[in-house]
Design a protein around this ligand. Structure first.
Ligand code: A2P
Length: 313
């Protein structure tokens, strides 16, 4: 089958600020700095316009360097980074943003996310302490950063529905989106419906599910890229199984952040199609009962994440 241009998913989403965010971005978690520089450079040169970083990834300098080496205008690239858990005290928020901007070598961010609702002291595993600081207070300090013009949009990541409800009831500036783990082993359809109800856009991370080798030791599920239904849909459109998984998120109305430091995969991952409702249902059926949340660091951060979410739906 040749891809009909009318069958391409939306390339941008309009956020409540009026900004248009490219729906497909390059994820940077676990990208070593020396590999991220050429990865970002390559991604921008082959057409990506959205790069998703975070302070805790330890590679903000590399992200900024890749952007500069690409020669693409800063204003044409959507740059996201995230506030880390150790900077949740309201008085630490603006300095954390300034530190990120300085590492990135940028004057402003397109999007700044609260990485987790948890406030912590320390980063050394085994010595991390939970702090009693409400994410609502941290959010208020992030709102002030928007007013200072240092960040155009603010949002959240890894929140539960209970936490989103509390934040939405107590904010002056609404989060523009929620970035969360989503793939066909973690569809969270009821939570998806909640986001639609309250008008909150979802950005899906880890769209390739258990493709990441670091998940291998705790994963009882079959490799998602070997799923026969996904392979047959890929063959139908003349794309790869990874393309199908990325397309799935876009086709369901989310934006999506596949991570790769491999130039050939970075290029490959751009090839997306609008899947039909039939394709989406067939994928869901083929993964029924296969459920896994891969990114849950509750045991490390001494904070129970994703409380009340039903990962089985
Ligand atoms: P690498 O960075 O070495 O290329 P996710 O974004 O779902 O968390 O997946 C990230 C993982 O998937 C990384 O290990 C990345 O490896 C790998 N990956 C990214 N794109 C592809 C692809 N098109 N095919 C296979 N593996 C991929």
């Amino acid at each position: 089958m040749t891809i009909d241009l009318e069958q391409l998913p939306a390339t941008h989403v309009k956020l409540p600020s009026g900004d248009l965010m490219p729906t497909l971005g390059l994820g940077c978690w676990q990208s070593p700095p020396e590999q991220l520089i050429p990865a970002v450079q390559h991604a921008l040169n082959v057409g990506y316009r959205h790069i998703d970083g975070a302070t805790i990834y330890g590679n903000e300098e590399a992200l900024g360097e890749g952007l500069r080496r690409s020669g693409v205008d800063r204003k044409d690239v959507w740059v996201t980074t995230k506030l880390w858990n150790t900077e949740h005290r309201p008085e630490d928020v603006l300095p954390a943003l300034k530190a990120s901007l300085s590492k990135l070598g940028l004057e402003y961010l397109d999007l700044w996310l609260m990485h987790y609702p948890a406030a912590n002291e320390g980063n050394e595993i085994g010595k991390i302490v939970a702090l009693d600081i409400s994410y609502v207070d941290t959010w208020r300090a992030m709102e002030e950063c928007v007013e200072l013009g240092l960040v155009r949009n603010i949002g959240v990541s890894n929140f539960s529905q209970i936490e989103l409800e509390k934040l939405l009831a107590n904010c002056r500036i609404r989060p523009v989106l929620h970035q969360m783990e989503r793939h066909c082993y973690l569809p969270q359809n009821a939570f998806m419906a909640y986001h639609r109800k309250v008008g909150l856009h979802i950005t899906a991370y880890s769209p390739l599910g258990n493709t990441n080798p670091s998940f291998a030791d705790r994963d009882p599920l079959p490799p998602i890229l070997d799923n026969e239904v996904i392979k047959s849909i890929a063959a139908k459109y003349g794309i790869t199984p990874a393309n199908v998984l990325i397309s799935l998120q876009l086709s369901e109305g989310n934006s999506v952040l596949p991570k790769s430091v491999t130039p050939q995969r970075i290029t490959e991952n751009l090839r997306v199609v609008q899947l039909s409702e039939e394709d989406i249902q067939a994928i869901a059926k083929s993964c029924a009962g296969l459920r896994c949340r891969y990114c849950d660091f509750s045991h490390i951060t001494m904070y129970k994440f994703y409380e009340g979410l039903n990962d089985d739906d």
